[in-house]
Design a protein around this ligand. Structure first.
Ligand SMILES: Cc1cc2nc3c(=O)[nH]c(=O)nc-3n(C[C@H](O)[C@H](O)[C@H](O)COP(=O)(O)O)c2cc1C
Length: 335
């Protein structure tokens, strides 16, 4: 393994965890980050992707990108392809206490790519370089970039972009081992992560198909990458970032929770969603989080369908509590 911990630092803040919470639009909001932070005090979390122009021009900056005390260290991730706007967004993030800023060059959605943002920047190295240079020169905090391995199988640029990032003074690069054309299909190719980490001295964060603690160790062992960018594995499992880090460091898979405890955490998450989003926002957001949480638990399909019809958080809470009673009964009948 090439890197000692911490592999990312800024002033008195360090990242002492191999696994970090990746940005996920529509998921890594304050309530979700708070849940992940319960078990990962020395790790790193990311905001959802934020449009750089909106961030720079909005007067209501706090509403767009609120970070709580417990959020820190936090990296703000921006999308955009205008070097000036991206640099201004970085400046503004620095002003409100961001640990660092990440550039999204991986988002594959047509809406983003059509504007020349996200993964489209994998096809425009000149523009990517301008963005890197402009941002690095504008702030003191670390700048990193997230890429996919390439646009398609015939244009793999992971090593090239890692070298470009290093040459431009970026602090780290995250690489999702799928191409843009792949979207989320097939498997992530970890070979590209390995090749990039072999080619540069800045930390590479590997991304793609990190579902379990064993996957996390396998990626570190195989690629030698400094850190892990954990995304879909966290859905319904906000403790998995901590579990992965612990497994890599100690060989122990912990923390671990019973199905009954998982419902307690879902109730806690629901209360946070109500606090931060209000009743309507919490109801809508909680549907997907509950579905992820109970997906592999016994007799959960009816509960999921029922929760999708409920209109108040009290009803959702009652439905979860009643399901938890069912889990108690199942567990008692086994003992
Ligand atoms: C719902 C969802 C939203 C995502 N949003 C972002 C985002 O805002 N920024 C980003 O860099 N990657 C985003 N990603 C990509 C993930 O960070 C990650 O690179 C990808 O899911 C591969 O990792 P995984 O196989 O462990 O999920 C998103 C992924 C998902 C599933």
């Amino acid at each position: 393994m090439r890197y000692n911990l911490p592999y990312l630092k800024y002033k008195d803040k360090i990242v002492n965890s191999r696994a970090v919470l990746a940005p996920m639009a529509g998921v890594t909001d304050i309530p979700f980050r708070k849940m992940v932070r319960k078990w990962t005090k020395d790790s790193l979390v990311f905001t959802e992707m934020i449009n750089s122009t909106t961030f720079v021009q909005s007067r209501k900056i706090e509403e767009i990108a609120k970070a709580t005390e417990e959020d820190h260290p936090i990296i703000y991730q921006f999308s955009g392809s205008d070097p000036y706007m991206m640099a201004k967004a970085a400046e503004r993030a620095q002003k409100i206490g961001a640990f660092g800023v990440d550039i999204n060059m991986g988002c594959p959605t047509s809406k983003i790519v059509k504007k020349g943002d996200g993964a489209d920047l994998l096809r425009d190295q000149k523009r990517a370089k301008e963005i890197f240079e402009e941002m690095v020169k504008s702030v003191d905090i670390p700048i990193s970039v997230k890429i996919r391995s390439g646009w398609d199988d015939n244009s793999i640029i992971a090593v090239e972009y890692a070298q470009l990032a290093e040459a431009c003074g970026l602090a780290a690069i995250a690489i999702h081992g799928r191409t843009r054309v792949q979207l989320y299909q097939g498997e992530a190719n970890w070979e590209y992560i390995k090749q990039a980490q072999d080619a540069v001295n800045i930390p590479v964060l590997g991304s793609g198909d990190l579902w379990t603690a064993e996957d996390a160790k396998r990626m570190i062992d195989y690629t030698g990458c400094a850190g892990l960018w954990v995304a879909r594995g966290c859905l319904g499992n906000p403790w998995i970032v901590a579990q992965m880090d612990n497994y890599i460091k100690t060989g122990k898979i912990e923390p671990n929770f019973s199905d009954i405890e998982k419902i307690d955490f879902m109730l806690e998450h629901l209360a946070l969603m109500v606090d931060y989003m209000g009743e309507r926002g919490a109801i809508l957001a909680s549907r997907k989080h509950v579905a992820w949480c109970i997906k592999n638990l016994p007799d959960s399909e009816l509960v999921r369908r029922n929760i999708n019809t409920l209109l108040t958080h009290i009803e959702v809470k009652d439905a979860l509590k009643s399901y938890q009673q069912h889990l108690y009964a199942l567990s008692a009948s086994k003992n």
